[in-house]
Ligand binder design. Structure first.
Ligand SMILES: Cc1cc2nc3c(=O)[nH]c(=O)nc-3n(C[C@H](O)[C@H](O)[C@H](O)COP(=O)(O)OP(=O)(O)OC[C@H]3O[C@@H](n4cnc5c(N)ncnc54)[C@H](O)[C@@H]3O)c2cc1C
Length: 303
């Protein structure tokens, strides 16, 4: 029986592990993919206090190593269900069932999908959600970025230094991004902005060959591209908890600053939580708070 099982090894989960381990609790971290969470996809992190000019991989690796130094048990298994047995909780993965007195959910969020035909089957064959991970595969090719926020514009700028031509396809008539990014986009002569348009079809069998875009006036156009980078926002990963945990309308777990969910002994930290600002600094802050609350719960002997 563990004291605390942490679901997710992103910044929130790893920070929770740091705090819980230093309090000498018996903990396990379960991670579905790889350590670090979303930030691993970022080529530049410049707003984390006291660590200027770093990149996401470096940030995540430092945190991971800090946690591993404490001999924290981290297993790479996706959690598929949690069951509340009141005094203790069951955490199920495909192959195992673990028992713990408390749980910290730190499952973050993931890229929103377009939801069109062939999107899933062409992932890794022209469809990507991460310019910094996959951009290098498109050297001197034509690509498109879908979206109109900061991430889409950052992706387009990054790709403009690798690809021959970068289209930005945005469903509205103006970008919703920082002025400095919009200015940079305008200065790049290999970036072309297509406004008021949605991507409606992906063409290609073995790999992506072209995309169909439909203008808000109904005009349809085909553009030949080898890759598309989808940057249309993020969605929470909380479906598996919804039977017992209360979510808000957007699927985020309802909890205040103390990170308590509606179930005693189950806490939530980071981007998975209902909140205003989803950033590293708020994720790590939540991780510290959730662990401290779990420790208090254990030490008050509410078991
Ligand atoms: C491209 C990009 C750039 C960014 N740049 C910045 C920046 O410069 N500054 C900044 O402050 N923030 C930035 N952010 C936001 C920041 O990365 C997030 O706020 C932060 O990572 C949230 O941490 P988290 O631990 O809550 O969630 P996540 O980082 O999403 O980590 C959640 C982890 O849980 C795992 N998981 C999910 N479901 C399960 C399951 N069922 N079982 C087991 N594990 C599971 C996931 O695999 C993941 O590893 C950026 C985000 C992106 C995408």
């Amino acid at each position: 029986m563990y004291d605390i099982i942490i679901i997710g090894a992103g910044p929130a989960g790893l920070t929770a592990a740091l705090y819980a381990s230093r309090a000498m609790k018996k903990i396990l971290v379960l991670e579905a993919v790889s350590y670090g969470g979303q930030i691993i996809n970022s080529s530049m992190v410049d707003n984390y206090p006291a660590i200027p000019h770093t990149d996401g991989y470096d940030f995540a690796t430092r945190l991971y190593n800090q946690v591993k130094e404490l001999k924290v048990d981290i297993k790479f298994e996706r959690v598929i269900e949690i069951i509340d047995q009141d005094k203790y909780k069951l955490i199920k993965t495909k192959d195992n069932t673990y028992e713990s007195k408390t749980i910290i959910i730190a499952t973050g969020n993931s890229s929103r999908k377009l939801g069109i035909d062939k999107e899933e089957e062409l992932v890794g064959r022209g469809v990507s959600y991460c310019a910094t991970c996959d951009g290098a595969f498109f050297k001197n090719k034509d690509v498109a970025v879908i979206g109109g926020g900061n991430t889409a514009l950052e992706d387009a700028i990054y790709l403009s230094n690798i690809a021959s031509h970068v289209y930005i396809i945005h469903r509205n008539d103006a970008f919703k991004a920082e002025d400095v990014l919009i200015k940079t986009i305008k200065e790049k002569n290999n970036i072309e902005c297509i406004y008021n348009s949605n991507i409606t079809k992906l063409n290609g069998e073995e790999k992506l060959e072209s995309i169909e875009i439909t203008n808000n006036d109904g005009t349809i156009k085909t553009i030949n591209v080898s890759g598309i980078f989808i940057a249309i926002g993020r969605v929470p990963e909380n479906e598996i908890f919804k039977n017992i945990i209360t979510l808000d309308d957007s699927g985020y777990i309802l909890a205040g600053e103390n990170c308590h969910t509606n179930i005693q002994g189950i806490f939530v930290a980071g981007d998975a939580r209902h909140k205003e600002l989803r950033q590293l600094v708020t994720a790590t802050s939540d991780g510290a708070i959730a662990a401290t609350e779990a420790i208090k719960y254990l030490d008050n002997d509410k078991m």
